[in-house]
Design a protein around this ligand. Structure first.
Ligand code: DGJ
Length: 721
């Protein structure tokens, strides 16, 4: 008490954390720069009271009284944190359920709460029946992020069928918002879209069984923010299956975002005593624009989600064989590529598709995870030893959830695939999907992957998934249980990854789904990196990578340098391709057998440079200076966590009318410090070797970029006084 009084006198903010203000029935989740305040009103409704820049407890009033108008519900008046479908409510519900007797009315009221460290659990319950929900909140003070999820427990004697089970509803202050989200397609993922939030609902979702290329479970809301200023509320779901985020503006001008399991084709029966846990939904607030919001997310991912969060490790430079050899892998061919890759400074050699079963093309072999003896007569060991003798680690591609009808596994277990009996089993890329929700399938896949990793010294797997779910039947269980497939499938994939990592602690994993189809905060707690897109064409990549960076950190963004022309016929210089790929975790994916000596020489230099800056790129703070959506110049600047180093990447698509580029001002430096400026390609004009942070941020650099697809990288080192 005394300490608090002293703090108040000094007008210092109270320490970040979770506290209960019993006098006003409020819970305050405080982070370094934000307050998230939940209240319980006189009707025991749990409401959001405030979410935004940090405020003092003394400013906070109790939750609103419940309203009740003839034709309106209390939308925007009560801002319920987790509304059931029941009573006078017409907004998107967080929970919808049918009880055994057919009642479909759920009205949730506060029962109790518990605070443990940074976690608050509020227990709510239906007004009449024993359907309980625990609303779980965790504050991450340093990153201004709140994690929310719900655990729904059926304590009635009969079955309850959940028809919608959302993780959370987020409310923003009344206003006119703009929504930012990521959309795309195969080979064109994570394009940033911005549009006004008008009355009605905007649904972002996946109904495809995984996260999807089409929409990514991230959103941001702002009224008038820019990259560098203004209020931004943002959120990301941690789920790699069917998900849904509903952005709703009610005719009363209240804006709320509800997200969790997709309720499309959803019916999750809970027997007496059973619970369902929703995926986590992470929300955050930045008062300093979109750039700061992304940096909070990047820091959060690296420090709280990533498998190496306790002791961060640099991501290795990798080589991947896919674009060079496709299915035509052989021991000799891979050895030759490995020898060349090692000379470039590659640290991890990954053999992609084609090494197993009858996998000479995409029509056969998936499911048969044993080494193809024609291609590898002595198994994988000779190749692995060769790779290791060159000082690299060995990685391998797998697609465990998939099966070709032309495979031994399918011939033995045609019933293991997702299907409805007597109905078509639609193939895409000639493959069907194993029903990972089944115990026997899950155990089989764990066993074969475990054997592969036990028998061979494999440091890394690229876990691919090349199609989406159709005809989602699970005939082995009762019809009333079959829709659980959407949830159980993903849980079992997660379980296999978790068990493999526990049993093979040095294993690292890349999540891939035909490119960036499985990138989300659920998979990112389990994998070290993700494959951003099958589109490796560098100019296209600038946009894909920019969108990606709004939600996900450069460290997990795997980028390859590949051959040209690629995908769309464009030919870009090798240096440009390297510079684009060096903005995340660098990989090389071209056919090194075809690279002339000159290119191999340049590549080796680029890899060396990358290794010297990767600490800043992978662990640093990203400032998006010029967006590829807005003009011919793209520029990104990374500052190391200790502020001692900076790395600038700049790209010019094309030069028109011999226009001079405007000076490029940097961000995130210390104005008072001096920096040594290092350019490698004479593309800096008039800069001195040493410049002050103030000059670099206020006047900026003159870049000599011209022609088509020009680029440069400039490195800054703070000179210690
Ligand atoms: C899709 C992936 O995105 C590619 O990188 C490659 O691994 C192929 N699958 C292999 O089939």
């Amino acid at each position: 008490m005394k300490i608090l009084a002293v703090l108040a006198m000094l007008s210092l903010p109270a320490a970040a954390g979770v506290r209960h203000l019993a006098d006003r029935s409020l819970f305050v989740l405080e982070t370094e720069r934000t307050s998230y305040v939940v209240g319980v009103n006189e009707s025991k409704q749990v409401q959001l009271v405030y979410w935004g820049a940090k405020v003092a407890d003394s400013d906070l009033s109790a939750a609103r009284r419940s309203g009740g108008f003839a034709f309106e519900n209390s939308d925007g008046m009560s801002a319920e944190e987790y509304a059931g479908f029941g009573g006078l409510r017409f907004v998107e519900p967080a929970l919808k359920a049918t009880f055994a007797d057919g009642v479909r009315d759920v009205v949730l009221r506060y029962v109790s709460h518990e605070i443990k460290g940074e976690t608050l659990e509020i227990r709510v319950k239906d007004i009449e029946r024993a359907l309980d929900v625990s609303l779980v909140y965790t504050a991450y003070p340093a990153q201004d992020i709140i994690k929310r999820s719900a655990r729904i427990t059926n304590r009635t004697p009969g079955k309850v069928v959940l028809e919608s089970a959302q993780s959370a509803t987020w409310h923003v202050p009344q206003g006119r918002y703009r929504l930012s989200y990521l959309t795309g397609r195969w080979a064109g993922e994570t394009n940033l879209v911005r549009e006004p939030v008008n009355p009605g609902k905007k649904i972002l979702e996946s109904r495809r069984g995984n996260t999807s290329h089409q929409f990514n479970p991230w959103f941001a809301l702002d009224e008038s923010a820019t990259e560098t200023a203004g209020n931004v509320w943002f959120g990301a779901l941690g789920w790699s299956g069917n998900w849904k985020i509903v952005v709703e503006r009610t005719p009363n001008d209240a804006t709320q975002v509800t997200g969790g399991y997709n309720d499309f084709d959803f019916a999750y029966p809970l027997a007496a005593g059973e619970s369902l846990e929703t995926p986590p939904f992470y929300g955050g607030f930045s008062g300093a624009g979109f750039g700061a919001a992304s940096r909070l997310m990047h820091r959060f991912e690296r420090s709280q989600l990533a498998p190496d969060r306790a002791a961060p490790k640099p991501r290795p430079v990798l080589y991947n064989s896919w674009e060079a050899t496709e299915f035509h892998v052989t021991e000799e061919g891979q050895k030759a590529l490995a020898t060349k890759a090692a000379k470039l400074g590659v640290e991890l050699f990954v053999m992609d598709d084609g090494w197993f079963g009858a996998r000479d093309h995409d029509r056969a072999g998936l499911g048969d995870w044993f080494v193809n003896k024609k291609k590898f007569p002595n198994g994988l060991k000779p190749l692995i030893s060769h790779v290791q003798s060159l000082g690299m680690k060995f990685g391998i591609w797998v697609e465990p959830e998939m099966i070709n009808p032309d495979s031994d596994l399918y011939r033995a277990h045609p019933d293991w695939v997702i299907h409805f009996p007597g109905r078509p089993r639609t193939e895409t890329r000639n493959q069907l999907i194993l029903n990972m929700a089944r115990e026997d399938v899950k155990e089989h896949i764990f066993k074969v992957l475990d054997a592969l990793l036990t028998e061979n010294d494999i440091a890394f797997i690229k876990w691919d998934m090349n199609r989406h779910v159709t005809e989602p039947g699970w005939p082995a269980v009762a019809p009333s249980e079959q829709r659980k497939i959407w949830v159980q499938y993903v849980r079992n994939v997660y379980e296999i990854i978790d068990r493999l990592r526990a049993k093979h602690p040095k294993l690292e994993i890349e999540s891939c789904s035909g490119g960036g189809g499985r990138v989300d905060y659920g998979i990112l707690t389990r994998v070290d990196q993700v494959w951003t897109s099958d589109n490796t064409e560098a100019f296209d990549r600038l946009k894909i990578q920019e969108g990606f960076s709004f939600a996900y950190s450069p460290k997990v963004m795997m980028d390859w340098v590949t051959d040209v022309p690629n995908m769309n016929g464009r030919v870009t210089p090798l240096a440009y391709r390297f510079h684009v790929a060096m903005q995340g975790s660098l990989g090389i994916g071209g056919d090194l057998n075809k690279w002339p000596e000159q290119d191999l020489g340049l590549a080796a230099k680029m890899v060396e440079l990358y290794k010297s800056i990767r600490g800043t790129v992978q662990e640093g703070e990203l400032y998006r200076l010029h967006s590829p959506r807005e003009g011919a110049l793209t520029a990104n600047f990374y500052v190391s966590p200790d502020g001692k180093r900076g790395v600038l990447f700049a790209f010019l698509d094309h030069q028109q009318f011999r226009r001079m580029l405007p000076p490029l001002s940097l961000k995130g430096l210390d104005a008072k410090a001096s920096y040594r400026v290092r350019s490698f390609d004479k593309k800096l004009m008039g800069s001195k070797e040493t410049q002050s942070g103030a000059w670099l941020m206020n006047r900026g650099l003159d870049l000599r970029l011209g022609g088509d697809y020009d680029s440069t990288v400039v490195v800054f080192e703070r000179i210690e006084p």
